[in-house]
Design a protein around this ligand. Structure first.
Ligand code: OOG
Ligand code: MG
Length: 265
């Protein structure tokens, strides 16, 4: 029998000890459903220590990411309060194993989405939109994993920062959210360029995908939930030199930035 709690603890310790581990799939045959159970058990361990769920994130919604990681299906993970960095805030790089950063679009739900109601319209529940940065940090050696591995590892979720929120209705009346320019820059030098079109063809499709997956895997989606729609470009290694600034900019939405903090080694 697969010991879900044991696997969740192993991954949790990799986070806490900032140490990469072997892929679970190397030794344990894991189904996708079991992988989501491991993820859920890992989030519970965090919450038992006083953390709180604040959102969800999608992974592999863009071809660039799926190709980069060699893994195809869309996946969902959980964002907690301790992963959040204020816009313009500092990244505690010494707590991360081999972080990468990617530019994203974030939504905030104004209403609950009832995950059990197949008619619920997830798009109308989203009321705000913002540019965002996600820092991912696989707990597996060499940032290499199977689909089940990465799901069990809470989709590599590590840190995220959200730029200024704007009303989704207002933004949508003046801008075509389906094709906005996205850049990721490091100290002003462009590292990646993309378009919001890369996110499932239209970032609002991410909300439909979130509702579908939340229903399947039993994730609650209350009002206030932050949704990271998935990277618009491939991820780049996070430069960890103290003072380095990384910015995601989305045309018409603005920017989200973080700065690397002091090393503690
Ligand atoms: C998994 C997380 C993917 C995205 O935006 O596609 C993801 C990984 O690449 O480690 O967050
Ligand atoms: Mg991401």
């Amino acid at each position: 029998m697969t010991d879900i709690a044991c696997l969740a603890t192993e991954l949790d310790e990799a986070v806490r000890n900032v140490t990469a581990m072997a892929q679970l799939s190397a030794t344990v045959p894991l189904t996708l459903d079991q992988a989501y159970e491991v993820q859920r058990a890992g989030v519970s361990l965090r919450c038992d220590r006083g953390d709180a769920v604040v959102g969800v994130k999608l992974g592999f919604t863009s071809k660039a990411k799926a190709i980069q990681m060699g893994v195809g299906d869309v996946i969902i993970g959980v964002l907690t309060a301790s992963m959040r960095i204020d816009d313009g805030g500092e990244v505690d790089t010494h707590r991360l194993i081999h972080p990468r950063v990617e530019p994203e679009v974030a939504f905030r739900l104004g209403d609950d989405i009832d995950p059990h109601d197949p008619r619920a319209d997830p798009r109308s529940a989203a009321v705000e939109v913002a540019p965002a940065l996600e820092i991912i940090d696989s707990r597996y050696r060499d940032f290499t994993f199977s689909l089940e591995d990465v799901v069990a590892d809470n989709t590599s979720a590590a840190r995220f920062a959200v730029g200024p929120w704007q009303s989704l209705a207002e933004v949508s009346s003046g801008l075509d959210l389906a094709n906005l320019g996205v850049t990721l820059d490091i100290d002003g030098d462009i590292a990646e360029i993309g378009s919001t079109a890369a996110i499932l063809g239209h970032p609002l499709h991410a909300l439909t995908a979130v509702a579908r997956m939340a229903r399947r895997y039993g994730l609650p989606l209350p009002a206030g939930t932050i949704v990271l729609a998935g990277a618009a470009t491939a991820a780049v290694p996070l430069p960890t030199t103290p003072g380095t600034c990384v910015t995601a900019a989305v045309t018409g939405l603005g920017r989200a930035s973080v700065t690397m903090g002091q090393r503690h080694d």
